[in-house]
Design a protein around this ligand. Sequence first.
Ligand SMILES: *Cc1c(COP(=O)(O)O)cnc(C)c1O
Ligand SMILES: [Zn+2]
Length: 514
Amino acid sequence: MRPEQFPEEIRAYLLPEPKGEMVYRCLDCGHEPDIARLLYTCPRCGGVLLLHNKKRDFINAISGEKWRDIFDYRRMLNHSALNGIFRYYEFIAPIIPLDRIIYLGEGHTPIVEANHSLKEEVGLDFYFKNDGLNPSASFKDRGMACALSYINYLAKKEKMTSLLSICASTGDTSASAALYASYLEEFLKSAVILPHGKVTPQQLAQPLGSGATVLEIPGVFDDCMKIVEALAEHYNVALLNSKNSWRILGQESFSYEIAQDFDYEVKDKAVVVPIGNAGNITAVMSGFLKFFEGGVIDHLPKIIGVQSEHADPVYRYYLEDNPEKRRFEPVSVRPSVAQAAMIGNPVSMPRVIRLVEAYNRAAGEKRIFVVQVSEQEIMDAMIIANRNGNIACTQGGESLAGLKKAVRVGYIGPGEIGVLDSTAHILKFAMFQDMYFNDSFSPEFNIRPRPELRNAPILVKPKGVKKFPRPGMPLKGKDMKRFVEAMASEIAKILGLEPIRKDSGEKVTGSPKK
Ligand SMILES: *Cc1c(COP(=O)(O)O)cnc(C)c1O
Ligand SMILES: [Zn+2]
């Protein structure tokens, strides 16, 4: 719809203007540095930052009901800048002019209801939100769309002619960063740092295809992170890890979409997210909190964070019930199929600690829980999900395994509805599916495929057939006839097909009645 076709009372709100006033805010010392420069840590104390909009009068002046109307009407608006995560412009980064916003098709991913068998299996109604259907096939695009829109705005304002973006990655951050940077190739070059041998072939192909410089480092993600931090400290580069708080803002759209897709009814929802570097769960909590404070939603949903027992520092932290006694200890990770979450020292941990507190306080009760699952549970859950119409990656499997665990331990009860973050597309992680099907996991994963869940292609090559067609050398005449007949009968045998009895009157469908 064109703007002039919308009801009068909505028209003034359709196309937002940059009315906000944003600052970084240090979670440790409260310092509020200006956003004119890209910052990743507090210049005073080195603490972790989040972005904060100081000018909220224009948000508070509008009722929750009106906001819901605005977002629902914007759904019908065709405007590139507002087609993605910036449908929720005022709640994300209301300082970026619309003509600086980059939209590559991110956000508004489908929410797919689990089928009957899956609901039976879990004992609960639930949905997958398929964030693997973002342009680079993971949720990371939400944050990159915001971070790169901001960099685009800054670069044009400062008349920058060249800038290098850099990130460390377990695979998906680099795929996304390289994709968005390539859109701005006029002034932006991109380099990514990956743990050698610890990303899948598909994830490695992505930044290569986008033209980024790909640097592989011996070690795990946590080591790569240390290196980019050193680079960002000493050189003039734009860091695109989730230390970059512009990414957190973009990822909050995940929560806004869940609210909108359930008509702003989130009281009975339990949102399940895998935790790696903890940027995602930070954004999910922050997003729901902002909508709650703005009156857009009346309740805060439960949030269940999930970690593999091979990379579980956040789970361990919250094992201690008494907040006074909690102490964060990084863990040394072991190989995990949830490789994108295989992180022992999450950069966003200080954000998580703050936001969990704020969230539970705002809700008036404990609404955030963290569960731990085994590698076996993750793989079984992913395979089962995908045998029931889904496209879950290993981390999506982790979400499903986490939902089952949360139900088992009573964090989620009858009548509640799960919303599971399937954070990437299965095709990125097909390698782990292969290992499951071929029973070829190395011992440290401790995964044994369930026989009934394994699958493998069957090569059809009946004994009697001597001649087979080959590219450029088709079979002809009798040879072709023999080939087709022998193949069809072999396949019918494998599939246990019943022949149609031609004389019985059970007519082949489509044959004309005489
Ligand atoms: C990055 C990523 C995660 C973990 O998210 P964090 O923000 O690091 O906690 C989970 N799944 C996938 C597919 C990812 O790419
Ligand atoms: Zn500080």
